[in-house]
Write a protein of this length. Sequence first.
Length: 114
Amino acid sequence: QVQLVESGGGLVQPGGSLRLSCAASGSIFKIYAMGWYRQAPGKQRELVALITNEGSTNYADSVKGRFTISRDSDKNTLYLQMNRLKPEDTAVYYCNVAGPVVYWGQGTQVTVSS
């Protein structure tokens, strides 16, 4: 049974930083890519950042230069470093592992507000 558990969300002031973590447990046969998505109230879930099995990264235009995705394969953990946060970054952030089977975490709330 594969589980993805996100952590690191919370309340932060505009301009602040947060680091999200996604710990994967269980056996995942093959991974094509891992990513972070977010969903704000009343909006569709959107891709924030993606890292492929080869290490290539891709970011939404709205977070380029502010967010950094990384992974620690030894720890089976995915990270999202979020800097210079804006109120429009407020959303539930979800971890995603894409392979022949797609896995989602339960989400972690990020609120950017003064």
